[in-house]
Design a protein. Sequence first.
Lengths: 115, 111
Amino acid sequence: EAQVTQNPRYLITVTGKKLTVTCSQNMNHEYMSWYRQDPGLGLRQIYYSMNVEVTDKGDVPEGYKVSRKEKRNFPLILESPSPNQTSLYFCASRVGLFTSTDTQYFGPGTRLTVL
Amino acid sequence: QQPVQSPQAVILREGEDAVINCSSSKALYSVHWYRQKHGEAPVFLMILLKGGEQKGHEKISASFNEKKQQSSLYLTASQLSYSGTYFCGTEANMGRRALTFGSGTRLQVQP
């Protein structure tokens, strides 16, 4: 079954305590992304990766890091979380860029609260 | 810059039609459409590419007017299952491939 998995699904942490949210896909997709979703603001792209070792900033990259050492994994790192990073985070992978079969699959989401 | 969606919310009766619009101030390469139900992840509906096109997916279809940088999502003969929030996402530059979403249109279909 085609899947994008994220862990943890829920996380409560404190300001400044480094954390990593993992993301994995089993579809051999080259393109992966991280988004955050906040009420009234829709989805905003944090970072994306077009392939292993290739990453680029989205609209809201400040305070986040990513790495893409393997095709299937794309972890999101918050080195010093702050309360304004409290949000719902989605990882996604995409296949067939800019073709008629282009499709993006989202993970189930990670709800992060930073106190 | 975030694309602008309209309307922000719409309430329909089953069987009625709806149109959701998405417009951008930038020249676009592609427009995506997604539906998200409460408490769930967004689900991809379709992508429309530069060159201007229309696409259909069951009773849901969309068009992309490249000259106006506008896309419209058409929901015909709506069903209860169509309820949710619809987002458009735009890509302005094929090389960079960053995706920017609108703030969403909340659709509620009532019996």
